[in-house]
Write a protein that binds this ligand. Structure first.
Ligand code: HGA
Length: 606
């Protein structure tokens, strides 16, 4: 979500800030801005749209500074306008950027207005800078006024602020939104993600919840939520900064679809030991935890939630263990029942998903036997705060619509199923053997691309669509529908095929394409009956079916034949044609495939 970059150096920071914002830009933003301190003056430059717009304006403005903060915004409060873009300024003195939501902004705003503060934006953020400014008069340092201000903020924030009168220091505070300090030589940096700073440093301090820090060129002082001075570990980053090119591909999303066989191969590497899963891939305590676990509670959002839903079928069938799956934003606000010896599993590409992280923190107080995360970013909050972690090795995913992160999450969940089965003395060899064939099966599925591209033309003028699946393919139908709506803006819903007659059948007509995921398994005959129910009502059907499943193309049905795969890995393989379908429909419709409207990657607000 919002990207933050800050720098306190002896050299001009413009390039560092813009370069940092660009590294985060792929996640999808709506506006951007910088504030620079130069010879006692505070300069802010803002622009709606891409970072390149800000870059041009900044060049024209010809302002420079050796201390500066910058921000890319994904609006939560207030429209996409220059006035609402960050940084926000108080009395021409303090400049502040913020990631998160201040929930009590209305009451703070009223009080501050009463005290004579003038508001120029509709954002929740603006109250922060005015309150810090007001408290500055009662405290002897900016640090102390930020420490006092955060006590009044309800909600979530990663925030960075400086005073033009003392540009040698930047104050940062974190609660609910990530912030990292990058350490240089005689210069220091701040960002919402280490990716923004890889061009300037590899040494990072990840702030913890409630931390407030004072960052100068020479020093970093960190105070915890009770105001005590604390030391935090310095982490040497191994993150890769140069996999951001599109190569021969027209879009990142297409590149990432094609990277899936490799991403799965990387995710499996060193994690298998003959026909067993190497349980240590989950962490030191995995064997002990998996032996005792009696229930798995999965928590996730969006695409990750769909991978969790597939895992429920796997865990109950192959590991003989009960499993619930819940959307994080629901789980965190209800009183749920904690089963005996229950393992909490969170799933998130970025490891910073605000709702999922909040759910993990809540669950820690509720008596789960242990927590585990399936995640793609080793330095993320979810990984740091969980007892166990299985790292997917998808590599950087740039397209906002998730592809390779999803399929590698599925691999992680298959490995979890096998590992728990193994530790409970069940035979998991068939799972491991099937998993080993996945990269090849994914390569085969990618060969369907040309046929799907042609098929996609029939969707270009459609406004609604329905995806159907049964069993573990039902969540794959949900993921297919999500992908289509995310990038082509066609309304898409998914149903378990058996549910059709309970309502959605009323929607069927020739303008509503029905996409069916039909591997050759014991549910195929049931699924065929559901397909006939649609045909009888004039629906046009697009079936992704096993070669041996005897669906035939005719004027009401288009069949895409998928090579036979073992049922256990079929959800992973059938994901590929659905991703390709969404991609080609979006290309035909001319949408912004990699940065679809209104969406952002790494969802750090709730
Ligand atoms: N609430 C602030 C910041 C939004 C944000 O963090 N997005 O990721 C605003 O709307 O400006």
């Amino acid at each position: 979500m919002c990207g933050i970059v800050g720098a306190v150096t002896e050299r001009p920071v413009n390039k560092i800030l813009i370069e940092g914002l660009k590294r985060l830009e792929y996640r999808g933003y709506d506006s951007a801005g910088v504030a620079l301190a130069q010879e006692g003056e505070l300069h802010t430059v803002k622009a709606v749209g891409k970072v390149a717009n800000l870059e041009s304006k900044l060049e024209l403005a010809a302002v420079k500074g050796t201390t500066g903060i910058a921000h890319t915004r994904w609006a939560t409060h207030g429209g996409v306008t220059e006035a609402n873009a960050h940084p926000h300024v108080s009395k021409g003195q303090l400049a502040l950027v913020h990631n998160g939501i201040i929930e009590n902004h209305s009451s703070l705003r009223e009080a501050l207005k009463g005290d004579g503060y003038e508001f120029v934006s509709e954002t929740d953020t603006e109250v922060m800078v005015h309150l810090i400014h007001q408290l500055r008069e009662q405290h002897d340092s900016l640090l102390a006024s930020v420490q006092a201000a955060v006590k009044q903020f309800e909600g979530a924030y990663g925030t960075v602020v400086f005073d033009k009168a003392n540009p040698d220091e930047i104050i940062v505070a974190r609660s609910g939104s990530p912030l990292v300090i990058g350490l240089g030589l005689g210069e220091n940096f701040i960002a919402s993600d280490q990716l923004a700073l890889l061009a300037v440093t590899r040494r990072f301090i990840f702030l913890e919840e409630g931390d407030v820090a004072r960052v100068t060129r020479e020093s970093v002082e960190i105070y915890n939520r009770t105001g005590e001075r604390v030391e935090r570990n310095i982490i040497e980053s191994t993150a890769n900064q140069d996999n951001t090119g599109k190569g021969e591909y027209r879009h990142y999303m297409l590149k990432e679809i094609y990277e899936q066989p490799m991403a799965v191969r990387n995710t499996l590497e060193d994690r298998l030991d003959g026909s067993r899963v190497a349980v240590k891939a989950f962490g030191e305590r995995a064997t002990e935890i998996f032996k005792d676990v009696k229930h798995v509670q999965i928590i996730a959002c969006g695409t990750s939630y769909h991978s969790g839903m597939v895992a429920r079928y796997w865990l109950e069938q192959f590991a003989g263990i009960s499993c619930n799956v819940e959307i994080a934003s629901e789980f965190r606000y209800r009183q749920s029942y904690v089963h005996e010896n229950s393992l909490l599993v969170t799933i998130s590409q970025s490891g910073e998903t605000a709702d999922t992280l909040a759910a993990l923190r809540l669950a820690k107080e509720q008596g789960y036997m242990a927590s585990m995360t399936i995640c793609n970013v080793a330095s993320s909050s979810l990984v740091r705060e969980s007892d166990l972690a299985f790292m997917t090795k998808a590599g950087a995913e740039i397209g906002v619509a998730s592809t390779k992160a999803f399929t590698t999450q599925l691999v992680g969940l298959l490995m979890l199923t096998a590992a728990i089965a193994q530790e409970k003395g069940l035979n998991a060899e068939h799972i491991v053997n099937a998993v080993k064939s996945l990269p090849m099966k994914l390569e085969e599925a990618l060969q369907l691309a040309n046929g799907i591209e042609t098929l996609a033309e029939e969707f270009a003028d459609k406004h609604h669509s329905l995806f159907l699946g049964r069993g573990s393919q039902y969540p794959i139908a949900m993921e297919g529908a999500l992908k289509l709506k995310e990038i082509s803006y066609i309304h898409a819903e998914a149903y378990a095929a058996g549910e059709l007659k309970h309502g959605p059948l009323a929607l069927i007509d020739a303008d509503m394409p029905i996409i069916v995921v039909a591997p050759n398994n014991e549910l195929l005959e049931k699924l065929k009956s559901n397909v006939e129910e649609v045909r009888a009502r004039g629906g046009i059907i697009y079936v992704f079916a096993d070669k041996a499943s005897h669906f035939e193309s005719d004027n009401t049905m288009r069949v895409v034949r998928v090579n036979h795969v073992e049922d256990i890995i079929a959800p992973v393989v059938y994901t590929i044609p659905l991703q390709l379908l969404s991609y080609y429909v979006a290309v035909i419709k001319g949408t912004d495939v990699d940065q679809p409207r209104n969406l952002a990657k790494s969802v750090t607000v709730e």
